[in-house]
Design a binder for this molecule. Sequence first.
Ligand code: SF4
Length: 195
Amino acid sequence: MKQPIQFKIARAVEKYYADLQLIIESSPNQSNWACKKTCSFCCNGPIVITSSEVLHIARKMESDIEPLINLEAHLKSYLDCVSKCKYYFEHSIPCVFLKDEICLIYKIRPSVCRKYFSLNRNNCIKDRPISTFTDPYCMKNGKNLLSTFRTQLTKLGLPESMEDFHVGIFNIFFNPNSSKGGEHYGEKNRRTISC
Ligand code: SF4
């Protein structure tokens, strides 16, 4: 029997996260990680993830996140905010899922957030280039793993492009004609919200 696309995506993404966790746990830099709960410095800026992760998160949000917040209202108000902002990247706009300095989707957060560890808390301040102080072990090995993951997705016939997290999420929730939302995810799960 043919497996529904969402199960294939869930299996591939969860395996990817499990493999990534092994890399993270083997980092020789662990004792130097400066990351602390409620520090959300790295959550302010562009978050680029695979389209399979976007689809995985979108599916999980309805069961995991919707009971916590009014998802529709949350996404709408965020969209209002970013659409008024002319220079999105210059303003370091927080991630759509950052609320009161807490990640609303922590359990299902994308790989880019999982492998990111600051090695110097003093650098977690505005106007510093983020890439200069991350754990090089996690970044290098995580990048190799991402390539393998993307190749596997292609072989499975799953979406494998990289995309802006916000754009991907909004395509699914707000754009009924988006092929990313509909084609890969199924009509039943596609939500149409007009604003
Ligand atoms: S998904 Fe969570 S951890 Fe990742 S950038 Fe957004 S708020 Fe931060």
